[in-house]
Design a binder for this molecule. Structure first.
Ligand SMILES: O=C[C@H](O)COP(=O)(O)O
Length: 261
């Protein structure tokens, strides 16, 4: 973590919690997190599409400091694309963030680097901040190709992304072998790749972009392992799956793994 960047803890709920359960979880977070917590870190939830209007109503109505976003978006802005959700719609629902390239989309929906790049561009067209997900599978890690592979995903996703857009992007390094497995990366392993991502951002753009971009780690983050991850110089927060469904643990994570807040 660096004082140059405000940490971000984003809870990716995946396909969990209906809109009523979403209201209950956001209320629990809002009742527990304090202004001191929100001054120290940005806290976001990424619910299923069906929950977004309910979350928007709660956040707006109670003027909550929690921000929110979506887990995916269409590359198209509108039209005959059955089942897709456009960035324009997400913007109307008050979304701040949108995931692009999550490994589960790449794996189950065949999303390749070019499609991920198109989603990043679509996010910017609708003033949404992309959380770009990159990370290697176990065979690539075992072969020692994890840094090159992750950097190549970054390069492809940023194709055509302008300097000022790149400054706002969030990159989430999520080694696929750590997602949902309980096999969290060591802080050193996470730092190695996050540091390489920051170096590549300076090469693709400049030090201004590299310093500004928040790089998150994701993959079995829990309250008990957050402090070690956040102690790394190039890690600015976490993209949290399973643990974000547990309000007490997500609060602990949002407090950098500390009990107090
Ligand atoms: O988007 C979140 C990542 O897929 C990590 O999920 P996880 O915390 O359940 O391992």
């Amino acid at each position: 973590m660096s004082t140059a960047r405000k940490p971000l803890f984003a809870g990716n709920w995946k396909m969990n919690l209906n809109h009523l359960e979403a209201i209950a979880l956001v209320q629990k977070l809002a009742f527990t997190l304090t202004d001191k917590d929100f001054d120290r870190a940005e806290v976001a939830v990424l619910p299923p599409f069906t929950d977004l209007r309910s979350v928007q109503t709660l956040v707006d109505g109670d003027k909550l400091r929690i921000v929110y976003g979506a887990q995916d978006l269409s590359t198209h802005d509108a039209g005959a694309y059955t089942g897709e959700i456009s960035g324009a719609m997400l913007a109307k629902l008050g979304c701040t963030y949108v995931l692009a390239g999550h490994s589960e989309r790449r794996q189950y929906h065949g999303e390749d680097d070019q499609l991920v790049n198109a989603k990043v561009q679509a996010a910017y067209r609708h003033s949404l901040t992309p959380i770009l997900c990159v990370g290697e599978g176990l065979p690539i890690r075992q072969a020692g190709g994890h840094v090159a592979y992750t950097v190549s995903q970054l390069d492809a996703a940023l194709n055509g992304v302008k300097h000022d857009q790149a400054k706002s992007i969030v990159v989430a390094y999520e080694p696929v072998w750590a997602i949902g497995t309980g096999e969290v990366a060591t802080p050193e392993d996470a730092q190695e790749v996050c540091g390489a991502i920051r170096v590549r951002l300076a090469e693709l753009y400049d030090e201004d972009v590299a310093t500004a971009v928040r790089i998150l780690y994701g993959g079995s983050v829990k309250g008990g392992n957050t402090a070690g991850i956040m102690a790394q110089p190039d890690i600015d927060g976490a993209l949290v799956g399973g643990a974000s469904l547990d309000p007490a643990d997500f609060v602990k994570i949002s407090r950098f793994g500390e009990m107090s807040g």
